[in-house]
Design a protein around this ligand. Sequence first.
Ligand SMILES: [Zn+2]
Length: 464
Amino acid sequence: MIFTIISFSVLGQTSFSKETQSYILHQKGIYVLQNLTIIDGLGVQPKTNQDILINGEIIEAVGIDLPIPENATVINMQGKSAIPGMVMLHEHLFYPKATPGGFGVNQMSYSFPKLYLAGGVTTMRTAGSIMPQADVNLKKFIMNGETPGPKMDVTSPHLDREGTGILELGPFTSTEQAVKMVDFYIEMGVTSIKVYNFISKIDLKAIVDAAHKKGVKVTGHLCSITYREAADIGIDNLEHGFFASSDFIIDKESDACEPFKQYNSVRKLPVDSKKMTDLINHLVNKKVALTSTINVFEPYTNREIVPGGGIDALYPEAKEKVYKRWASKQGKDSLDYVIFNKSKKWEKAFYDAGGLLVAGTDPTYDGRIIAGYANMRLLELFVEMNFTIPEAIKICTLNGAKYLEQDATIGSIEKNKIADIVILNDDISKDIKAIRSIEMVFRNGVAYESKKLFKAANGLVGIR
Ligand SMILES: [Zn+2]
């Protein structure tokens, strides 16, 4: 039903720009990576003493003591571990800024693709764009070797009615106009559609129909429409766990977004509410995927300033602002903890009920969420939510690939899949914190040096 938009060239070497070249540790070739501990993305137990045979962009074999083909380069990886390249579904290419009217964002075409790749992301959906043409072009530049970064599923701007307070976004005023926007962005090269807070049910139905007709999926950060209504209309995906659900407002006015009522209804809902269980079951039955962005709700007290540890990525002014906010919230974020703790349980319940839980980091809010670093942090938080390490990795790899309908080629370390592999210096099967020891990231059979990519973005987040 959904077209696979990306088809990967197997014709040989991409010609890399000088810049891209400078981050490459291993060019495309024949490699045997030996003696790894692998968590393969399928959610099963880690395997030890594994070898991976990479030929060009393809994983040709995985197993113990693989025979070494002629011309192969052998790399002994004793003590290291491997996970699939992450497939992340809420990875904007912008960073928040103060602006007339309140909230605005800056496009981060230079720093963010590097940071995502450095943090282990090999495929990402942008889940809302402010410069869709720039994102479409960037996707091309990445694929033709001009600049390093993950493969991209470019999402439309947040489609919405009047009400959204983001400077860079413009509202539509009729359902017909919304449908025109869907067609326009898809023609531009966008491969996912995002809807936002103030749309009506009639708008959503028309948008979903127009997108599905072209094989494109629709996700939403909703407010005016309940999750149940959206599921019945045919939306494919809901963002931010249950944080944006307006299903629990008593006497909810149809098609109205009431942020305070919405927030309070979620905050006050008992964690074991039957209403929530019913909603979860409904979403699972309707096959609606749920995106966890639990990292954006991580409280401040006794937690890192920048979750994942990327404060030096920020330009000085942003660094100061983020630090001040973090300091001011110490001991004063008990309400944040309420939402955070419940969200953790509800998202886990959705997964346990058989729902497709996918993941994204949503680098927005108060500037504390930084591409790449946040991806590593989100994996740690999934383990804090009581997922096993293999489950946490599956949510960030195979589940994303399933949603994008690319699981035949990416999302796990298996024979015949594309060689998208993250190599960690430490053993992630023992401690999820090993995610912070990324040494290199293979994307389409080419290995990029994580540290160097991270370093290249230092001081630039917020600027470019
Ligand atoms: Zn977002």
